[in-house]
Design a protein around this ligand. Structure first.
Ligand code: SF4
Length: 355
C-alpha cells in the first residue's frame, strides 16, 4: 500500500511481467480499495499466486469499531507486529474527514493527551498510513464503492506527524495519485506540536498539506508544562518558524493555530490577551481554532465552559486575531482530540459489518 506506481513497476519488472500490470495493481489497491490479491480477478490467477508469495496487500486488522451518536466512527486497529493504531471517520454534510495516526503511541508528552501515556511504540510506515484511509472508506461505503463526498484528511490522530515525516510525505504522494484515492495534499491538514526544523522544511516544499500548529499556551512557563516539547523549541523559536511558513503560503493554502481550552488552566482573559499580543508581536495572521478539551480519564483536565471559550474568543477578536471554536465530534466513543488510546473497555464496540 505504501509503494508508488514507479516502485510497483520495479517489483512487477523483477517478476518478468509487463509494466502495465503495475498500474493495474495500483488501481486495484487504491481506487478499487481491494484488500487481497485474490480479489483482483482481472489479473491472471497464476500472477495473483506469485504476487501473494512475495507481497502482502494489507497488514492492518480492525480489532474494534465504535459508532458515535453523531455518526463518527472510531477504529482500533492492530499492525502486523501487534501495535495499536487508531483512526476516526467523521461524516459531514458536504465532505467526510478522516483523522489518521502517524505513529503508534507518541513520544511527546503533552500533559492533556491520553496517547502520550503510551509513549512511542513505533512510527507507522507509509503503507500503514494509507491503509487506515482505505479501511475507513471501505467500512463507510463498501469495498471499492465510489464515495459520495470528497474526503479530507487530518493527521491529528496518535503520534507527532513531523516525527514520521518521511512515511507521511510518501503516503501523501501515494494518496494523491489520480489512479488511486486521488486525495491531493490540498485536502490534507497536518497538525504538529511544534517540531521547528520540520516546519521550516515544509516551508520549502511545493506540493504540501495545510499546516496546523498546536499552541495550548501563550507563555513558555505554561507551555513547558502542557507541551514539554516547548523546552526544546520555545515559543520564540516556534513562532519565528511559523512566520517563515506563513510567508511561504500560496493562495489556497491554510495555516492555523490550535489552542486546546483547559478549564482553569489556560483559558483566562489574561492568557487570551497574552496570546493575542504574542501573535501580533510576531506579525502572524493565522487564525486560531479554539478546541474545548475532551475529557479523558485519568487526565486531570476538564473542558472550559462555553462562556469562558466565548470570552477568550472575544478578546482575541478585539485584538485583531481571527478565532473559531471547533465543535467536538464523537466524544461519547472517545474519538475526539486527545482521547485516542482511551481505555478499550469504556464503551461498547459496534461490531456490525458495513452495509
Ligand atoms: S497531543 Fe499529539 S503530539 Fe502531543 S502527546 Fe498527544 S499525540 Fe503526541
Amino acid at each position: 500500500m505504501g509503494l508508488s506506481p514507479a516502485e510497483l513497476s520495479v517489483v512487477v519488472g523483477e517478476m518478468g511481467e509487463p509494466a502495465f500490470r503495475a498500474r493495474q495493481i495500483f488501481t486495484a489497491l487504491h481506487r478499487r480499495r481491494l484488500r487481497s490479491f485474490d480479489e483482483m480477478t482481472d489479473l491472471p490467477k497464476e500472477l495473483r499466486a506469485r504476487l501473494a508469495e512475495r507481497a502482502t496487500t494489507s497488514t492492518l486488522t480492525v480489532e474494534s469499531r465504535y459508532v458515535a451518536e453523531d455518526g463518527t466512527r472510531r477504529y482500533l486497529m492492530k499492525t502486523h507486529d501487534n501495535f495499536p493504531v487508531e483512526t476516526v471517520f467523521i461524516p459531514e454534510e458536504r465532505r467526510d474527514t478522516i483523522c489518521f495516526s502517524s505513529q503508534s503511541g507518541c513520544p511527546l508528552k503533552c500533559d492533556f493527551c491520553l496517547t502520550a501515556k503510551l509513549g512511542l511504540l513505533r512510527t507507522l510506515t507509509a503503507g500503514e498510513i494509507v491503509e487506515q484511509i482505505v479501511i475507513a472508506l471501505n467500512d463507510a461505503y463498501g469495498v471499492g464503492a465510489k464515495t459520495p463526498h470528497g474526503t479530507n484528511l487530518v493527521a491529528m490522530g496518535a503520534g507527532e506527524p513531523f516525527l514520521a515525516f518521511e512515511p507521511l510525505m510518501k503516503a501523501l504522494g501515494v494518496m494523491a495519485d489520480p489512479d488511486g484515492l486521488h486525495i491531493v495534499p490540498n485536502r490534507v491538514t497536518v497538525s504538529t506540536a511544534g517540531i521547528v526544523p520540520r516546519i521550516r522544511e515544509l516551508a520549502g516544499v511545493a506540493d504540501r498539506p495545510h499546516l496546523a500548529v498546536s499552541l495550548a499556551a501563550p507563555t513558555d512557563e505554561l507551555r513547558d508544562v502542557l507541551m514539554p516539547i516547548n523546552k526544546k523549541w520555545p515559543l520564540k523559536e516556534l513562532l519565528a518558524a511559523c512566520k517563515e511558513f506563513e510567508l511561504s503560503l500560496k493562495p489556497g493554502e491554510r495555516f492555523t493555530f490550535e489552542y486546546v481550552m483547559l478549564d482553569g488552566v489556560n483559558d483566562s482573559d489574561v492568557y487570551a490577551r497574552q496570546l493575542a499580543n504574542l501573535l501580533n508581536r510576531h506579525q502572524l495572521r493565522a487564525k486560531v481554532n479554539l478546541i474545548p478539551h475532551n475529557p479523558a480519564e485519568p487526565l486531570p483536565y476538564c473542558p472550559s465552559p462555553e462562556e469562558r471559550v466565548e470570552s477568550f474568543k472575544a478578546i482575541l477578536e478585539a485584538k485583531g486575531v481571527q478565532a473559531f471554536v471547533r465543535r467536538p465530534r464523537g466524544r461519547d466513543i472517545y474519538a475526539a482530540c486527545g482521547q485516542l488510546a482511551a481505555l478499550r473497555t469504556t464503551v461498547q464496540p459496534d461490531l456490525h459489518q458495513p452495509a
